[in-house]
Design a protein around this ligand. Sequence first.
Ligand SMILES: [Fe+2]
Length: 164
Amino acid sequence: MKSYHILDCDNQQKIADSLYGYYIGITANRKPKSFWNTLSRKEIQDYFLIPNNPCKKWFDSLGLKVRDMSFTFRTEEITVGIHKDDPPVIAKINFPVLNTEDTYNVWFDDSGNEIDRVECTRPVVLRSNILHTVEIGKNAQYPRLQFSFCFYNEPLLLSKLDTQ
Ligand SMILES: [Fe+2]
């Protein structure tokens, strides 16, 4: 079973800059204290209403309608263990924003054996309903920031995750 699929994205830096700008805005008065940080309906709406939003353009081009938007925030103190994400979503798109070099998404079977890993430097569709975690290499920098999106229409066909 495939656990991830790297997506082509011509505007990766532009989208990362846009997400970083938004992150700076929403965290000005609420410093992230946990790994997983869910955005409110209003915050998601506000982000996608930004004119010429390159992230919106990209999802539109992929035919994806955003259902939820979160960011993950990893520091030396704020960590994450092996877990499965909550149902009903089984595929998400993770978008690297800051300090994702030498950090890895790693997947495991139910016995805890590693089955897949990918460095978090490109946008990926990932299986979130099987055991996974984030591993940090010795050259990684903090804070590490990724945005995570899920959709009304699961991006499974796009990634062929359902056929392998
Ligand atoms: Fe997760």
